[in-house]
Design a protein around this ligand. Structure first.
Ligand code: FE2
Length: 286
């Protein structure tokens, strides 16, 4: 069992780093902290970065999770190898590029690439966005799956993931008390389905909704409230067509609370939004 602590960062390929920087800083509201010829790092909280871009193919994106025990990376790699999961150790150059001490990459059965990292670098200085977004950090990712049952088993078998709820066949899973850090949405190919940052309050969400409208950014869902996590949300279209989300007040599931059971929600609009907002997101529609 590989014990994960939290989601660490998302790493996206792009052909247009200038566009990624404009979106990341001016629209999403992260702080660009490092820009090279083929790299861009954006900060959201106490971490060195929560989002990074490399010059390359947007379909070659990676999600990194921090291992709970910094000394357990060898054991994690051994477990992945024993299960014949495609995986490998990052080189020291690759670790430096990710601002982590060490990492192991692996591929899930759908073909999504992930990394487990140890000793990710701290920010050293406070996060200063260009505008007051209320962002408190990276929250979770939605990932594509070509077989939700198979991929759910993958996470439950090899990692400390637990189901918080399902919407239709899509599992929302947690590796710490916040309602979910990873959710799997059925589709036909691998990929990052959406990237969530948490914000402090519903005021931040509503301010963002007007800000995005003013900037002519396409809002694809919300403002609304999820029936599952209880979180208030807003989804919008980002650079390279990736979907980004802000949410706040996501429910906490207390570990060891034997009374909690994962709930099954129907695959219908009301499961995604209690208020009746309709998603313009393919994977959220049946
Ligand atoms: Fe989400």
């Amino acid at each position: 069992m590989i014990e994960l602590r939290d989601i660490a960062n998302v790493r996206l390929g792009t052909r247009d780093l200038d566009g990624a920087e404009r979106f990341g800083a001016d629209i999403l509201g992260l702080q660009p902290i490092l820009r090279g010829e083929d790299r861009l790092y954006l900060r959201a909280d106490w971490r060195h970065h929560s989002l990074s871009y490399f010059l390359g193919d947007p379909s070659e994106s990676t999600v990194a999770f921090e291992l709970k025990d910094w000394s357990a990376l060898d054991a994690a790699q051994a477990e992945l190898e024993a299960a014949a999961i495609p995986c490998g150790r990052g080189t020291s150059e690759e670790a430096a590029d990710r601002f982590v001490h060490d990492f192991v990459w692996f591929i899930d059965p759908t073909g999504n690439r992930y990394e487990v990292v140890v000793r990710p670098f701290e920010a050293n200085r406070p996060y200063h966005p260009n505008r007051p977004t209320g962002i408190t950090g990276l929250g979770h990712v939605g990932m594509n799956t070509t077989d939700p049952k198979r991929d759910q088993e993958f996470w439950l078998t090899h990692f400390n993931a637990r189901i918080s709820d399902w919407i239709g066949p899509a599992p929302l899973m947690r590796i710490n008390p916040r309602h979910h850090q990873i959710a799997l949405f059925p589709t036909t190919k691998p990929g990052v389905q959406h990237i969530n940052h948490q914000v402090e309050s519903i005021d931040d969400l509503l301010k963002a909704a007007y800000f995005l409208q003013d900037k002519q950014v396409r809002i694809v869902f919300g403002p609304g409230r999820h029936a599952t996590s209880g979180g208030y949300f807003l989804y919008f279209e980002g650079h390279d067509g990736f979907t980004f989300e802000y949410s706040t007040s996501d429910r906490m599931v207390i570990e060891g609370d034997g009374d909690y059971r994962p709930r099954q929600f129907a695959m219908e609009n009301e499961s995604f939004c209690l208020f009746g907002a309709k998603p313009d997101i393919l994977e959220f529609r049946r």
